[in-house]
Design a protein around this ligand. Structure first.
Ligand code: HEC
Ligand code: HEC
Ligand code: HEC
Length: 443
């Protein structure tokens, strides 16, 4: 068998192989040089009193707008001390301690090191950070806003909390490889205003695309985890929920006007569209709550434009009338067993009566959960309810975990058929079983 190795022209082949090997080694060396970032020297932790109070206050607003606490706080843990697990398709990545503890936090990071992390996704020691940290959005932040965030973080109480070990498998755990990901998908650079738009639109776009990274959940991602910018805000699955489209493809028959967006982002409730549940709950109640009315109006102004609300305004009144008419289906005797089930379980709360909608009981004909292509959000809300910490303060939607898969599927199919003109959802009962198995946290 060995003789088949001795083929004519072998020296040529050998030379080609050696050549390829050389190119490979050069490539590795080149990649190494390309991926390499210097460490930035440690500094003595700056005293908290050295930061101007108004700078710290501005940083607090920005930290709210960027939900830093939501990702950097473990369940029951100290604020900003890290250890919050983020499950990605490549393994679990834990957020880090960003309190100013000198040993286990960022106490010895200079402002330059912090800025490089925010703008380029590189840690103080020069290693590349994973894009689970949304630096692909934070790169848009102005230097002045990064300085305010730095001032805020460096004036938090320091907490001793060593980093948790990630479960990203070899070789994906090699941080230098992140340089390759960045080369393919990362576009570093500050926000560039659009001169064709007004100042409020640009302020909203700056916040939404930068610190608030709305697209991190609402934009679909490709196989390597990068946002697909051809489909910005087209809607995407996130943490066992669906973040609906924020474009004109939003499925609610009632357009999202600036007023409704503002109300939803300010309070967690829109009188026409329902409540901020699931991962959107903390965005509103733990994050945006720190953002000023003016800035939140700017974000709402921007998304009203993204969704083409002005052009669809005339759709609102017909949609409301249709919704109220559909609610009357569940008054009086009903022959259809699915209608009877819905009336008994849901209509006592969701029958909006009269000529007006009840803002605290979402009208299900207008709610995106009933109108999306995917029934996940509706099934989640029916099985697990809406917690007191989400949506409107003071009201809760009870969970129906005691209902069988078949009954939950029947209610979902009934709502889809009577409240929308959209095609029936296939495989509902199986989907209910899957979501029940995932549990309320979606794990
Ligand atoms: C979506 C979740 C998420 C949000 C929101 C988030 N971070 Fe992070 N952050 C992470 C993760 C995960 C890491 C660790 C990445 C890694 O290990 O490569 C990280 C790392 C960092 C680091 C590097 C720390 C180190 O020790 O290397 C800094 C600094 C940081 N974040 C600051 C912030 C600030 C400031 C905000 C708010 C404006 C914020 N983060 C919001 C998830 C998040
Ligand atoms: C952590 C992921 C996440 C982030 C970040 C996020 N969203 Fe959401 N968003 C969701 C999910 C999930 C839902 C669905 C919630 C529900 O059905 O109750 C949602 C719902 C919404 C809705 C309601 C859509 C509808 O048709 O019902 C709007 C509007 C919205 N988000 C706007 C925003 C804006 C603006 C931002 C940035 C300021 C943002 N979201 C950031 C996950 C997120
Ligand atoms: C006890 C009253 C009550 C009952 C019964 C009830 N709901 Fe709700 N539902 C609510 C309230 C209140 C909210 C708003 C929750 C909030 O703001 O926190 C809500 C919200 C919702 C939402 C919107 C969630 C979102 O993310 O916007 C859907 C969908 C929904 N309910 C479906 C149902 C269905 C289907 C049933 C029957 C299986 C049902 N509800 C039974 C009170 C109820």
């Amino acid at each position: 068998m060995a003789s088949s190795w001795i083929i004519p022209g072998a020296p040529v082949l050998k030379r080609i192989l050696i050549g390829l090997l050389a190119v490979g080694i050069l490539g590795l060396v080149g990649f190494g040089a390309f991926a390499w970032r210097p460490a930035i020297a440690r500094i003595a932790p700056p005293p908290a009193a050295g930061f101007a109070p108004d700078l710290v206050a501005r940083g607090e607003g920005l930290a709210g707008a960027g939900y830093c606490a939501t990702c950097h706080t473990a369940k029951g843990g100290a604020p900003y001390a890290g250890g919050y697990p983020m499950r990605t398709s490549f393994g679990t990545i834990y957020s880090t301690n960003i309190t100013p503890d000198p040993k286990t936090g960022i106490g010895t990071w200079s402002e330059a090191a912090f800025r490089r992390a925010m703008h380029q996704g590189v840690a103080r020691n020069g290693s590349h950070l994973f894009p689970a940290f949304p630096y692909d959005h934070f790169t848009k932040l102005s230097d002045a806003d990064v300085a305010a965030l730095y001032a805020y973080m460096m004036t938090r109480p320091p907490v001793v909390a060593p980093a948790k070990r990630n479960s990203v498998p070899f070789p994906l755990n090699i941080r230098a490889l992140q340089a390759g990901w960045k080369l393919l998908f990362f576009h570093p650079g500050r926000f560039v205003p659009d001169p064709a738009k007004d100042a409020i639109w640009n302020r909203g776009a700056y916040l939404a695309t930068g610190v608030s990274h709305c697209g991190a959940c609402h934009t679909p991602r490709g196989a390597l985890g990068a946002e697909n910018h051809a489909k910005t805000y087209a809607g995407a699955p996130i943490d066992a929920w669906i973040a609906p489209p924020l474009t004109a493809a939003n499925p609610s028959p009632a357009p999202w006007s600036q007023d409704e967006l503002f109300s939803y982002l300010r309070t967690g409730v829109s009188r026409y569209h329902g409540t901020a549940a699931g991962p959107m709950g903390p965005v509103v109640h733990a994050g945006l709550v720190k953002v000023s009315d003016a800035d939140l109006q700017a974000i709402a102004h921007y998304f009203a434009d993204v969704g083409g609300a002005a052009g669809r305004a005339s759709a609102l009144q017909p949609a409301l009338q249709k919704a109220l008419a559909a609610d009357r289906l569940n008054v009086g005797p009903q022959a259809d067993p699915a209608a009877r089930l819905y009336t008994a379980a849901c209509a006592s709360c969701h029958y909006n009566g009269g000529a007006q909608l009840n803002p605290l009981r979402p009208d299900l004909a207008l709610n995106s959960a009933v109108n999306l292509d995917d029934p996940t959000n509706l099934i989640r809300v029916v099985l697990f309810g809406v917690g007191a910490q989400d949506g409107a303060p003071g009201v809760v939607m009870p969970g129906f975990i005691g209902f069988s898969d078949a009954d939950v599927a029947k209610i979902a199919a009934y709502l889809r058929a009577t409240r929308t003109t959209k095609p029936a959802w296939p495989g509902l009962e199986q989907k209910v079983a899957t979501i029940r198995g995932q549990g309320v946290g979606g794990e």
